[in-house]
Design a binder for this molecule. Sequence first.
Ligand SMILES: Cc1ncc(COP(=O)(O)O)c(C=O)c1O
Length: 213
Amino acid sequence: MEAGQLFNMKKSSHANFIPLSVPHLEGNEWKYIKECLDTGWVSLVGSYVERFEERMSQYIGSKYAVACASGTAALHIALVVSGIKENEEVIMPSLTFAAPAFATRYVGAWPLFMDVDPMYWQIDVSKLEEFLKTQCILNKGQLINNNTKRTIKAILPVHLLGHSSNMQPLRSLARKYKLIVIEDVAESIGAEYKGKKIGSFGNLGCFTLMAIK
Ligand SMILES: Cc1ncc(COP(=O)(O)O)c(C=O)c1O
């Protein structure tokens, strides 16, 4: 199919439905894209990648930022660098996009789904506390799930639909039970919790620039 035909097909099909997202480019964006193409640095590295990483860490208030291929890749890398291994468990909300569960399986670990609260639909921290208190045991710095006998290594709050999870009590629980916190901020980039950008509360925060975000 010719490029022109494809364009016309897209145009006419757009007339019949409301698109989920429409690309919006303005200001210097075309200029920067051209500049990037002109330099030939169009892949993993280049000045724009460095600038992006610097600006992103400034914006979020984190010490570092590393660009990855996607939000799913970021989650996968975060789990690898956190040392999550086969047959360990990662706590995450039961209402979630699939990527955090997929990334957990990529490293051979298991998602452990926790209910979400009815008000904000984020991981329910009081149910999490109850679970940790009554169904787990902390043995020599290792948290064991009494039901599965597996080690629980991390909490992965997924901040959904522009909201934030309740990070203060969640972090206290993580500290108490020796758990790593990996935030999935794919749906809530720019959201704040107690005046601070989310993604800066955990050991690592993962974002995406996927088109609908
Ligand atoms: C909560 C959540 N996590 C992770 C992802 C994965 O991001 P990506 O599509 O860039 O892999 C998405 C959406 O795409 C998401 O909504």
